[in-house]
Ligand binder design. Structure first.
Ligand code: NAD
Ligand code: GLY
Length: 361
């Protein structure tokens, strides 16, 4: 069992990583619980696999569990589903000492965290992520949100969990497409923060593709450590944290234009990363060889390396609606070689459009 600490003063917490640790959930949260009431939020897919183990573990620790199941899918990360979970908490007379436990991928984590943030102005919240994407990214850092029909993650808060419990063994049931989805975020950390990690990913490509347990656990630990350091430095995204959005402005536009249905978040991010690399190349921030390394690693991992054939102008227009816009200017995260990235708001639309066009062929 390994621990990554997220140091945020009174909001500090531990990220505990270990095979089999999900069955120790009750024991790990019981002494942090301020009452014995737990709202367990999950979806039917994940609950069928891990629900019994989690409920038993909580009950054995003396906690009383009410389960709220949300239909599976990004389209249910909505205010309507948040309202239903709040209804459940009210019906069951949950007070402000109750605790929300999120059991699932990023959709469940974001939604359950959002409910925890707003119910009675905030109740305790525990993340038990079950996808690779949630292990390496969404469960850490306290970004919680639901989608607006016209824009992703538009309604949300920064609200840190009390503990994050990561069990890499649960990835055994994760479909291949979801595994790749999470790898997009792992690759992202290498590009923006750590060239050595990027090189390690290139070197360990085969064991990663084979999903060898020790290698995947190492990739998770390293990713969590990198994310923790960024969140500590900039919890509410005033500066450095925005680097974690590499590829996201392009990616969110693709997700929005395809109705959140066609591409997984990580796939859209991977397309966005390639586009950002092309743009960085055109600005002299990345050389052709570096952009090629990113493309080759993503391709080897089975991630997209092209944008879908959407209208480039429409992608631009959608990017201009993204919440990462500031004072009407596009703010883009661009790699500066591999292992470093910067935020630029001075790139003209023509260059962005050219990179989008290049990423489509
Ligand atoms: P997801 O939550 O939809 O999970 C993907 C699929 O895998 C679902 O069908 C789910 O039921 C299934 N699943 C989950 N765990 C499983 C397991 N162990 N075995 C078998 N199936 C399993 O998708 P995701 O990629 O985990 O998360 C995407 C969401 O995360 C998006 O809404 C995105 O906006 C959000 N996100 C948030 C942050 C953040 O910082 N809060 C960061 C990145 C992404
Ligand atoms: N996934 C981006 C962030 O947590 O800031």
């Amino acid at each position: 069992m390994r621990t990554v600490r997220v140091n945020l003063g009174q909001r500090s917490y531990s990220v505990i990583i270990g095979n089999g640790v999900y069955l120790r959930l009750g024991e790990l949260v019981a002494d942090r619980a301020r009452s014995h009431r737990v709202l367990l939020v999950s979806n039917p897919t994940v609950f069928a696999l891990y629900g019994d183990g989690v409920v038993n573990s909580l009950q054995e620790a003396g906690l009383k569990v009410v389960t709220g199941l949300v239909p599976d899918g990004e389209e249910y990360k909505t205010l309507e589903q948040a309202q239903k979970l709040i209804d459940l908490a009210v019906e069951n007379r949950f007070d402000r000492h109750a605790m929300v436990v999120a059991l699932g991928g990023g959709v469940i984590g974001d939604l359950a965290g959002f409910v925890a943030a707003i119910y009675q102005r905030g109740i305790d919240f525990v993340q038990l992520p079950t996808t690779l994407l949630a292990h390496v990214d969404s469960s850490i850092g306290g970004k919680v949100a639901v989608n607006h029909p016209r824009a992703k993650n538009m309604i949300g808060a920064f609200y840190q969990p009390k503990i994050v419990i990561i069990d890499p063994a649960v990835l055994a049931t994760l479909p291949p497409r979801e595994f790749k989805n999470g790898m997009a975020e792992v690759v992202k950390y290498g590009i923006i923060l750590d060239e050595g990690f990027f090189t390690w990913l290139e070197e360990e490509l085969e064991p990663i593709i084979q999903r060898e347990e020790t290698i995947i656990a190492e990739a998770i630990y390293h990713s969590c450590s990198l994310k923790a350091r960024v969140v500590e430095e900039d919890e509410t995204e005033q500066g450095k944290r925005a680097l974690l959005n590499l590829g996201h402005t392009f990616g969110h536009a693709v997700e929005t234009l395809t109705g959140y249905q066609q591409y997984r978040h990580g796939e859209a991010v991977a397309m966005g990363i390639i586009t950002a690399c092309y743009l960085a190349e055109s600005q002299g921030m990345m050389n052709t060889g570096e952009a090629q390394r990113v493309r080759e690693l993503q391709q080897a991992l089975g991630l997209p390396i092209q944008l879908p054939r959407l209208q480039p102008e429409l992608i631009m227009q959608t990017m201009h609606q993204d919440k990462k816009m500031l004072a009407g200017r596009l703010r883009l995260v661009l790699p500066q070689g591999i292992g470093r990235a910067v935020i630029r708001d001075d790139i003209d639309d023509g260059a962005v459009l050219a990179a989008i066009n290049r990423a489509m062929v």
